[in-house]
Design a protein around this ligand. Structure first.
Ligand SMILES: C[S@@+](CC[C@H](N)C(=O)[O-])C[C@H]1O[C@@H](n2cnc3c(N)ncnc32)[C@H](O)[C@@H]1O
Length: 324
């Protein structure tokens, strides 16, 4: 396989927006058919999308989703030639959840591959506006898209038990209860409105030596809760069995142990067993699709990639092939 070219485009700033993680490994597992239809569920800065387009033939198609309007706007510019000069026949962008792919494949047909590169892009993390990072003082919003409850609403309206549950379940934060109680006390004096208001409550609750880890865990937990990231992922995994054609592949890159567990368990629960082959269970005339696991152990970034891109450190890639 030819190596995928470095992540540089005509816009010149793709690497500033986001450095794609496990790029070569993910495309190698995903791509099986030059003329196939692919879904990139998490477009971001378009690094994985560019690599798919590079390999795609004239008759192939890439349906790319992102909930974040800014990511879509950025990729409209990045892929201007593809969309305008080539008529947009190979690339279609959707400013929506990847779960909307469920309805659009009724138009486009079953797909050869689905890629999910979960979490946030560097652009989202490094720019203050969304309030994803405790490094900048900004309104604490954390929504990829409008229309749902913001982090500010959760922090000011949820009960102590509900907040504790978010920090414990999604963040595995040992000081979850203390932090939740502190938030309740602080918001009696004045509402939690900014990232630094939340940071202050955490600083008041945990020992100095674990402060940075607690800040990361609590901010990440809140973002996961706001955007219902685990529910979205579970739904998409269910959907993938319907979306994929026989031998189509799904590749998921996750950055959180809970996400990785969801993917691992879903693949295992739906595993294809060779001995079942002759008597495939049939429901409503159709065999139940199953997965052949392509990564018995998750693939992690090489030492070199981790050094070059420290944000790749927690990444785990799992892939499976759909058997129908
Ligand atoms: C890690 S970035 C993807 C980076 C991309 N693979 C690249 O190479 O540039 C994750 C992206 O997924 C988007 N996202 C997260 N959850 C989503 C969902 N349920 N549906 C659509 N997009 C989502 C985020 O807005 C973010 O832009």
């Amino acid at each position: 396989m030819e190596p995928i070219k470095a992540d540089k485009t005509k816009s010149g700033s793709a690497a500033d927006y986001h450095t794609s993680v496990l790029l070569e490994e993910s495309i190698k597992l995903l791509f099986t058919d030059k003329e196939g239809i692919y879904i990139d569920g998490t477009l971001g800065g378009g690094g994985h999308a560019a690599a798919i387009l590079e390999k795609l033939g004239k008759g192939g198609k890439l349906l790319a989703f992102d909930k974040d309007a800014e990511a879509i706007g950025y990729c409209k510019k990045r892929f201007k030639d593809e969309l305008e000069i080539l008529g947009g026949t190979r690339l279609v962008l959707f400013n929506d959840s990847y779960n909307k792919a469920d309805s659009i494949t009724e138009i486009f047909g079953k797909v050869s591959g689905i890629l999910l590169d979960l979490g946030v892009s560097s652009r989202q993390f490094d720019f203050a506006e969304k309030g994803f990072s405790f490094r900048f003082d900004a309104p604490i919003d954390m929504r990829f898209e409008g229309g749902i409850e913001s982090a500010e609403a959760i922090l000011n309206n949820y009960s102590e038990n509900e907040l504790e549950k978010i920090f414990k379940d999604y963040g595995e934060e040992p000081f979850a209860r203390v932090i939740a109680r502190r938030i309740i006390n602080n918001r009696r004096v004045s509402p939690i409105k900014t990232t630094f208001d939340l940071k202050f409550a955490i600083e008041q609750s945990v020992p100095e030596k674990i402060l940075k880890k607690s800040l990361s865990r609590v901010f990440q937990a809140l973002r996961i809760a706001v955007n219902r990231e685990l529910e979205e992922l579970s739904k998409m995994l269910e959907n993938s069995l319907k979306l994929l054609k026989n031998k189509g592949r799904i590749v998921v890159i996750s950055y959180h142990s809970l996400e990785d567990r969801i993917v691992k368990n879903f693949f295992r629960e739906n595993i294809f067993k060779e001995k079942e082959k002759k008597s495939t269970v049939i429901i409503l005339g159709e065999p139940i699709p199953k997965f052949k696991i392509l990564t018995p152990k998750p693939i992690e970034p090489s030492f070199k990639e981790q050094q070059q891109n420290p944000r790749s450190r927690s990444a785990k890639l799992r892939a499976a092939e759909c058997i129908k």
